[in-house]
Design a protein around this ligand. Structure first.
Ligand SMILES: Cc1cc2nc3c(=O)[nH]c(=O)nc-3n(C[C@H](O)[C@H](O)[C@H](O)COP(=O)(O)OP(=O)(O)OC[C@H]3O[C@@H](n4cnc5c(N)ncnc54)[C@H](O)[C@@H]3O)c2cc1C
Length: 386
């Protein structure tokens, strides 16, 4: 077998690696820091399963509601809500599964502070899956491991990006009654190479090791949280990187400098959605449902998703909303982001140049716009304080 996709179209979901009966496919890191499949021709028996399983070449057929049901909501548990990215609905949906000795699959930091998919079977492990990590997660053998649990009649909730959910269904070849899938509206996956370079810059400047990165730190509110990241260090201290000083989120949200190429032509941000439930920030929600602590958008796409949602209703605040409200606040629901045309250069130059310098160099904002951001930041944070 030869690889059937151009690199720019591959999502790196890893379904092909998982399905190969001979272990002939490895996901290998490219110069851009993303992983791509590589076939060992000595092991390959040309069965074609890899190509057949690729979600880019066709999605699984799933039983989905004609019109998904939209809700706004948040966890009634203040701590869950504060420590989650939006309204904490992921944790509320999966807590009952852990309580009944089921399993939850999601993205967790590993020992290098990069992200990979892991399986949680207790609350401590579930806590590690919580929160958005804005870089691509390594799926390793997660579809195989999930299938083993499902075939053993375990209840599993699998959470991932829309392309990872599509990959799971293609790998499984069917839906399982004991499987709940949860996806999020996805703005695009960032290169682990960029994330690593940003972390190294901080570690070198601070002369201490990073223990954890907490994106969208909601200390000063949810609406301004996208550019507020809390970095915890191994000596017990932490630093908040905010606004224009948060160069990692600036490079992502303002310039799409290190989003994977395939995200520009995402095939999975369409209706009907693949997952049973889609979660997101309910940007643009009416003021009466926005106390700036985080409001989730909950989109129920299947009857199974509805059953799970009904079960958690007493633990959350919720309100039914018109599905059309989603479109105005969350363009990534249907429209892919456009990866920056200088992305390759940026990621190549990272080999010997400073991360924040390169973000400035390739920023879509002009020098004057950046100066304006600095003045605004100063007025907000320094003048207000005095
Ligand atoms: C890369 C990325 C882009 C996003 N883009 C948008 C957007 O444009 N608009 C929007 O409204 N919402 C977006 N979200 C979703 C949003 O940030 C919240 O994750 C979502 O609203 C659920 O929030 P929560 O409070 O219920 O749960 P949280 O506790 O925040 O749950 C997050 C869940 O996502 C999983 N997850 C986290 N990081 C990754 C990752 N890198 N890869 C795969 N799975 C992961 C976790 O395992 C967990 O299950 C994005 C999330 C990510 C990870």
């Amino acid at each position: 077998m030869e690889i059937w996709l151009e690199k720019k179209d591959c999502t790196g979901c890893g379904a092909c690696k998982n399905v190969c009966p001979k272990g002939a496919i490895e996901m290998v890191q490219g110069d851009d820091g993303f992983k791509y499949p590589s076939i060992n021709q000595n092991k390959c028996i040309n069965c074609g399963l890899c190509k057949k399983t690729c979600p880019i070449l066709g999605k699984a057929i799933l039983d989905r509601l004609d019109t998904p049901l939209a809700f706004a909501g948040w966890s009634k548990d203040e701590n869950t809500r504060f420590t989650s990215t939006s309204g904490g609905i992921f944790t509320e949906l999966t807590k009952p599964i852990i309580n009944k000795n089921g399993y939850v699959v999601g993205a967790s930091y590993n020992e290098e502070n990069l992200v990979e998919h892991k399986i949680a079977n207790n609350f401590l492990e579930l806590d590690n899956l919580k929160q958005s990590k804005y870089l691509q997660s390594d799926t390793k053998n997660i579809y195989q491991d999930t299938k083993k649990l499902l075939d053993n009649d375990k209840t599993v909730a699998f959470c991932g990006s829309p392309c990872q959910i599509a990959a799971l269904y293609k790998f499984l070849k069917k839906d399982y009654p004991n499987l709940l899938t949860i996806e999020f509206i996805c703005r695009g996956m960032n290169s682990p190479k960029a994330f690593k370079a940003w972390m190294s810059e901080i570690e070198n400047r601070k002369r201490k090791k990073i223990k954890k990165v907490w994106f969208k730190y909601k200390e000063n509110g949810w609406k301004t949280s996208p550019k507020r990241t809390r970095v915890d260090f191994s000596d017990g201290t932490y630093q908040i990187y905010d606004d224009y000083k948060n160069t990692y989120m600036v490079g992502y949200l303002e310039s799409n400098l290190y989003t994977r190429k395939c995200c520009s032509s995402c095939k999975f941000n369409t209706m009907p959605r693949e997952a049973d439930i889609t979660l997101a920030d309910f940007w643009g929600i009416t003021k009466t449902l926005d106390d700036d602590k985080g409001t989730s958008l909950i989109l129920v796409n299947s009857n199974k998703g509805l059953d799970y949602f009904e079960d958690i209703k007493e633990n959350i605040f919720w309100q039914k909303r018109d599905i059309n409200e989603i479109y105005k606040g969350n363009s990534c629901f249907t429209t892919p982001v456009k990866t920056n045309e200088n992305s390759d250069k940026f990621l190549r130059e990272l080999n010997d140049k400073n991360f924040s310098y390169l973000v400035k160099k390739y920023s879509k904002k002009t020098f004057f716009q950046r100066q304006k951001d600095k003045i605004k930041y100063y007025l907000k944070n320094v003048v207000k304080r005095n």
